[in-house]
Design a protein. Sequence first.
Length: 251
Amino acid sequence: MLSAQQLEQYHCDGFLLLPALVPQALLAELNQRFLAIVNQAYPCSGAMKVMRDVMVVRGAVVPESPLHGVNKLFCLEDDDVLSTFAALPELVSCVQSIIGAEIFSLTSNVFNKPPKVDGKHPLHQDLRYFSMRPAHSIVASWSAMLPTSRDNGCLAVIPGSHKEGLLNHDAPDWDYLNHGFCGIEDIDIGRRVHVEMQPGDTLLFHPLLIHGSGRNRTEEFRRAISVHYASAQCESPKGDWQSKPQVRRIR
């Protein structure tokens, strides 16, 4: 469970970095399954989908391999390996410290940022993708599967921005932007803090925290696995969110 000091830091900054939270053995299994699916050696399960990068889809970049063309793998809930991440006891106990004992997973993704593909994700807030409220009863987890650095497009966050409310989002005026990657207009990028991580490190953050990531300027992949969790106490104007196919009760 998180300590009182860690909880205070989370509520103050809107995020908390937990080093070496995910065991290396599990990371190896997750990576192997991801690679098997992308290379079509193992089928997608249930609602799982592979999203190719927009630069590859539009022909601006010719990928060196199928892996080089993949931006993310999402809806991991029905895969017997990738779904184990959301129920990892070490992670679940930390999430419960923030939003309570009864929790559900909302979304899950493997983010793959290939070399030589733009792949920028503009600064944004995740709450714009969810109808559930209150915001403080939702938390995101983002765990590095491979080393993440500023050079290969690590997460950048704006500390304390979760206290500013939900801001207006729009599509940036970029030549290439992946589907759903909207961003906040007129944001002071000088406030950013780049969060470099090693495999197994995990960032927990508030759904109103402003964050994003830059392009990969290295020759290596940047890869991470992410799950959003919500408390059972959350309510949605769209009705019973807990019965949606991609939602899973964790505890």
